[in-house]
Design a protein around this ligand. Structure first.
Ligand SMILES: [Zn+2]
Length: 276
């Protein structure tokens, strides 16, 4: 009896040893996730902020270019309207060439998407910027188009996608760690990065930064920054249905945003000095 009890004890300890080994591996993966996240700290000269990134600028550009066809496919393909495309190119490159954007490594490219039903604009990491024909049709001045494009350009300059990706990789690392610890290896699979980028939602802080630094880019390139306020009003009027505009995906309160843009315009003489 004593022997079998001790054997039982031994074998149950062996079982316990296996699960605690999995637990240790899980903890190690979690620690590696956190360390690689913290070690990825990088200074962004455009925003003046430190951020946590898991990819290099080169990888970021490649990722955006690889994801672009999927974005185009998801929103009706490229617009056949050459006039609309050249208007967006003119305004987009005008902003890039006359602002801090031209001092950065990002490879900007502007595309009109042939989707009249969707009122939206997007930016992929490293430079590709998209505006739907549906949103373009709602805008009546070049200043308003410049408002939309400036906002998207700031998402690229501030590396908001790469930042989101780094924090979701941290999350994936932690989810993977839980999967290993529970003995379910499949749970350790990471999500498809491209799908994640195409469906990216930025946080409130990222949107405010894109609005306010967008104001600086507009001024630097000779557009009336009031155009950004007009964009908010247009989107507010168009919003409310399904398919919330990217601009409002994380902002239920456009009045607050307009107030922030107004403050950014008032503070532009001091706040925008480094964005010329
Ligand atoms: Zn945005």
């Amino acid at each position: 009896m004593r022997l079998s009890a001790s054997r039982l004890g031994y074998s149950s300890q062996r079982g316990g040893g296996g699960s605690s080994m999995r637990l240790i591996i899980g903890v190690v993966i979690a620690i590696i996730s956190i360390i690689s996240y913290v070690a990825s700290r990088e200074y962004n000269p455009v925003t003046g902020e430190n951020q946590y990134l898991s990819i290099t600028a080169e990888q970021e550009i490649a990722l955006g270019q690889q994801s672009a066809p999927e974005m185009v496919q998801e929103f009706g393909g490229l617009s056949p309207d050459d006039q609309a495309q050249s208007l967006v190119d003119d305004i987009g490159y005008n902003i890039v060439n006359n602002s801090v954007a031209h001092t950065t490594p990002w490879e900007f490219e502007f595309s009109v998407l042939d989707d009249p039903q969707t009122i939206n604009a997007f930016a992929l990491p490293g430079g590709p910027v998209f505006i739907t024909s549906g949103l373009l049709a709602q805008l009546s001045t070049e200043d308003e188009v410049a408002g939309v494009l400036s906002h998207e350009i700031v998402h690229v300059l501030a590396r908001h996608s790469a930042q989101q990706l780094a924090s979701s990789q941290l999350t994936n690392g932690l989810i993977g760690a839980v999967g290993v610890a529970s003995g379910d290896a499949n749970a350790a699979q990471t999500a498809a990065v491209i799908g994640q980028l195409v469906n990216m939602r930025y946080g409130r802080g990222d949107e405010i930064q894109s609005d306010t630094l967008g104001v600086c880019l507009m001024i630097a390139s000779g557009y009336n920054p009031e155009g950004m306020i007009r964009v908010m009003e247009v989107l507010e009027a168009a919003g409310g249905g399904s398919g919330q505009p990217e601009f409002f995906s994380t902002h239920p309160n456009p009045e607050n945003r307009i107030a922030q843009i107004q403050a950014a315009i008032e503070n532009a003489p001091t706040q925008c000095a480094s964005y010329q």
